[in-house]
Design a protein. Sequence first.
Length: 152
Amino acid sequence: MRWPGLASDPDEPETGVDPFRLDLPTLLVANKSDLDPDPDEVKVLEELLGLRFPAITVSAETGDGLDEIGPFLFKALEIVRVYTKTPGNKADDDKPFTVRRGDTVYDVASLVHKDIAEGLRFARMWGADVYDGQQVGPDHLVADGDLVELHV
């Protein structure tokens, strides 16, 4: 029940080694908060059921809390958005490739096309961890918001 992008709870019990058990990250989304405005209801439910999930209280009727789900998942799943451009052209800044934190330029190239990934020599990058237009190798880690120009 561990989310990759969140700190683990030290009080969470160990599950043991059960080859038939699969623990997936779980988010408790409690709907209809507009009917009962007491925010502690979710905590009471967690205590009664003995569950320890991250919880978000929402109302589908009024839209309250729905805007918290996306940012939570983005952080908890460690999603990184990487933008690409072809040499000599403008960046494609409306459709990023999404990879996980810890992925490399090669992983982005694989999403663009397998032939590009196989022939990748280097990339030029713009972003927070590099100088503008810095040449990097295929094993360079990408960060959220990076712009990558692939060269084969």
